[in-house]
Ligand binder design. Structure first.
Ligand code: C5P
Length: 221
């Protein structure tokens, strides 16, 4: 099986770009952030403090989370329920960032991610795919852009969907998540030693997709 690992900070365009690249090369696209979001949602629904490792660790055995793939689209199933939409709120983003710093949560989701890559050709996106989950991935890409550009993209996406949005709130949430993700003790967000770093600041989406696909094709030759 072949694996393409795409890591980078929140809002770098990983999901859109990775999904398009996966389609182009006929691989399945796996968004691992959705798994952390599902764990965050589970805890929020039960009123658990998402930063409280001692409260969360014993509950993980009850969290039944799976990814299903329908026509190339990933669905997130939490305890039998499709939560693919519910996990996209700002509240769940922050909850996901909190639970992702808990080593027991990372261990819990590790084998699930590994298994998907064992059985499928994947483009997998996350924060630690090239460093921890799939260290032997054939292609590793670290996708980034300036915080202001990432916040602007996220803000415009929310406005387009008719969601209430405030640019300053989006930017400050994103900076908090960046800080949490890069400073946690376990699997912090850092580029793998052999990752190609792609900065998409100033690029159109099309330019970034083309750049990524050409890197992947070149590496897979
Ligand atoms: O990618 P997304 O923004 O959906 O991820 C939500 C959160 O899950 C991130 O802020 C990060 O803290 C965490 N995450 C992680 N490792 C991954 C994917 C996501 O820690 N492989």
């Amino acid at each position: 099986m072949t694996a393409i690992a795409i890591d980078g900070p929140a809002g770098a365009g990983k999901s859109t770009i990775a999904r398009r690249a996966a389609k182009e090369i006929g691989y399945i696209y796996v968004d691992t952030g959705a798994l952390y979001r599902a764990v965050g949602l589970y805890m929020l629904k039960r009123g658990i403090d998402t930063a409280d490792a001692r409260a969360i660790s014993p509950l993980l055995g009850q969290v039944e989370v799976t990814l299903a793939f329908q026509n190339g689209e990933q669905k997130v199933i939490l305890c039998g329920e499709d939560v693919s939409r519910d996990i996209r709120t700002a509240e769940v983003s922050m909850a996901a960032s909190n639970v992702s710093a808990i080593p027991a949560v990372r261990d819990f989701l590790f084998s699930l991610q590994k298994d998907i890559a064992k059985n499928n050709n994947v483009v997998m996106d996350g924060r630690d795919i090239g460093t921890v989950v799939l260290p032997d991935a054939q292609v590793k890409i670290f996708l980034t852009a300036s915080p202001e550009e990432r916040a602007r993209r996220r803000y415009e996406e929310m406005i387009k969907k008719g969601e209430p949005a405030d640019y300053c709130d989006v930017l400050s949430d994103l900076k908090t998540r960046d800080y949490n993700d890069s400073h946690r003790a376990v699997a912090p967000l850092i580029p793998a030693a052999n990752a190609v770093i792609v900065d998409t600041t100033g690029n159109t989406l099309e330019q970034s997709v083309e750049q990524l696909i050409s890197i992947i094709k070149e590496k897979l030759q």
